[in-house]
Design a binder for this molecule. Structure first.
Ligand SMILES: [Zn+2]
Length: 296
């Protein structure tokens, strides 16, 4: 993606950054590094969270069992042949995140509390006002699972969100936006209604989390929550209103993953005093579409 214009202040990687089920190497962090390198090269800070493909177990292609046989193992390490460093083994969420944080001072990604594991990437970032440096918006990041564990936001994650949001923003006076990877079931409902929706809605069906464990109930109760942003369905890039917030998809952005949709990214424009949140999709060729005001 072209990140130069207009100037980007921050990038969010919304999961499925790599497709580990297709990566026959020991250390998938090498591919993760490659995926985030355009942002790092432009000195733009970023945050990431996990999708279902990032630590998915390697899937043996059926044609490897045909007469052509198993191809030579792809080994990214110089001077290493077969062995532990070069085997068909996935890289765990914790390893991927540890490597990102350790090697990148521009990364704002957080592990999250250990009692939420195996889900990681549960954390909050505070956007402060340019003028008075007071909190202007909170950005919550959650791990919606998949890959090495079920596709859910668990009860304990919901409880964590409740505690943190009550502590940081007890009267809901500061706007909040939320990021995770796999849509909650409310996405299916609003997609069926198609009321006031903006963006591509019919390129594939909505694939939701396996169960609801309280997160959406909490979000609905908070007037400060303006929008939720998910990835997962690479062919969808819509935003639809739901209760007092918006439910939005990002878009097929990277060079991996399933699907051949044109690449683009969801852009968010936030202003302070008065607060406003505007969004649109910018395609790789620079064209813009699906502008929507999410809060004003
Ligand atoms: Zn996904």
């Amino acid at each position: 993606m072209r990140l130069e214009s207009p100037a980007m202040n921050f990038v969010v990687y919304l999961g499925d950054v790599i497709t580990a089920n297709n990566l026959p190497i020991h250390n998938a962090s090498l591919y993760w590094e490659q995926a985030i390198s355009p942002t790092r090269a432009r000195n733009i800070p970023w945050a990431s969270l996990f999708g279902n493909h990032d630590d998915a177990p390697f899937e043996w292609p059926i044609d490897w069992f045909s007469s052509s046989g198993v191809p030579q193992i792809l080994c990214p390490y110089a001077n290493t042949s077969r062995g532990d460093k070069c085997s068909f083994k996935g890289t765990t969420r914790l390893e991927l995140m540890r490597d990102e944080i350790r090697h990148n001072s521009l990364s704002y990604t957080g592990f999250g509390p250990q009692n939420l594991w195996p889900s990681v990437s549960n954390y909050v970032l505070t956007v402060v006002s340019h003028d008075n440096k007071l909190p202007a918006m909170f950005m919550y990041f959650l791990d919606s699972g998949g890959g090495s564990y079920p596709e859910v936001i668990s009860t304990i994650q919901s409880q964590w969100f409740h505690n943190v949001s009550q502590e940081m923003n007890p009267d809901s006076s500061i706007p909040e936006i939320v990021f995770w990877h796999i849509p909650s079931k409310a996405y299916k409902k609003v997609a069926a209604r198609q009321t006031r929706c903006v963006g591509s809605m019919f390129d594939e069906p909505v694939a939701t989390q396996e169960a609801e464990m309280g997160m959406m109930k909490l979000l609905k109760k908070r007037p400060s929550v303006k929008a939720i942003f998910v990835g997962h369905n690479h062919g969808l890039d819509w935003c639809c209103p739901y209760k007092k917030m918006w439910l939005c998809y990002a878009r097929h952005t990277g060079y991996g993953g399933y699907g051949t949709w044109a690449r683009g990214a969801r852009i968010l424009e936030v202003t302070d005093e008065p607060f406003s949140l505007k969004s649109w999709i910018r395609m790789e060729n620079g064209s813009l579409h699906s502008e929507v005001v999410l809060s004003k």
